[in-house]
Design a protein around this ligand. Structure first.
Ligand code: PGA
Length: 251
């Protein structure tokens, strides 16, 4: 029987973010004390912004990211790093520019890789994760359609990092940021479900009423490719960090 991921409902998105930041800080300190690096899988979107603010605050209070290696879930295909909506920009402005991480330890799929080289870029990304020792803790958000990373409805659980078409719900949700759906990239590179399930531990953040239905389905419906987040039910150490609104359909 798959284990249903556990979930924690917090009074606010801020307290959920602080709790996860504390877990991450403990993980980094404990691995530092064993002189081991910490490998974090990171996510973009509105949801993890408070988490990153909290990690920056902790860095200012003494937490070092010198021995941290990061792998981001995904990046849009066809936009430059410098584009204001690239995930490279997002991660630098919301986190990396404010902490002492070694730039060589930051990994984000390259959205400008030539079409012929996408496959080799994706397999190199997987190799880098393996060489780093695998992901200790993967942070996830969840799309309203149940996507994790850009693993959209219909995705197989056996696929590693790959290029994918974006689902219409995903494009509509990104339309405002891009100034209209027509300007949203149609494709992205994403870690696969297989990559995500390879993490030792997974923490999924979801906040607000708009996520309540999909959070309920992710946790309580059977595993189905139509809701990629249900694949997390087959992972032994996944926790959903929710605020009251996102958790309101759970008993
Ligand atoms: P959001 O996106 O954090 O902006 O809601 C989550 C996601 O699509 O994974």
């Amino acid at each position: 029987m798959p284990e249903v991921p556990s979930y924690r409902i917090f009074a606010s998105s801020q307290s959920a973010s602080t709790a996860l930041a504390e877990d991450i800080s403990q993980l980094i300190r404990s691995r530092d004390s064993e002189e081991r690096t910490t490998v974090l899988g990171l996510a973009t979107g509105n949801t993890p912004i408070e988490l990153y603010k909290e990690l920056i605050r902790m860095h200012r209070a003494g937490l070092s990211f010198r021995n941290v290696v990061t792998f981001n879930l995904d990046e849009y295909i066809g936009i430059e790093r410098e584009h204001p909506e690239s995930y490279w920009q997002f991660m630098h402005s919301h986190l990396f520019n404010h902490i002492d991480i070694n730039p060589e330890n930051i990994h984000i799929p390259d959205g400008m890789v030539a079409a012929d080289n996408i496959e080799s870029h994706c397999s190199a990304y997987e190799n880098h994760i393996e060489e780093a020792g695998g992901i200790d803790l993967q942070v996830l958000g969840i799309g309203r359609n149940g996507h994790i990373g850009f693993n959209e409805p219909g995705v197989s659980p056996d696929v590693a990092t790959h290029a994918t078409d974006l689902n219409q719900v995903t494009i509509n949700d990104a339309a405002e940021a891009f100034g209209g759906a027509a300007d949203v990239p149609q494709r992205a590179i994403t870690m696969g479900v297989k990559t995500i399930l390879g993490a030792q531990r997974i923490a999924l953040l979801a906040f607000g009423s708009s996520k309540a239905d999909i959070v309920e389905r992710a946790l309580t419906s059977g595993i189905t490719s139509e809701v990629p987040a249900t694949y997390l039910q087959s992972h032994p150490d996944t926790t959903f960090f929710l605020d009251q609104d996102a958790g309101k359909r759970l008993s």
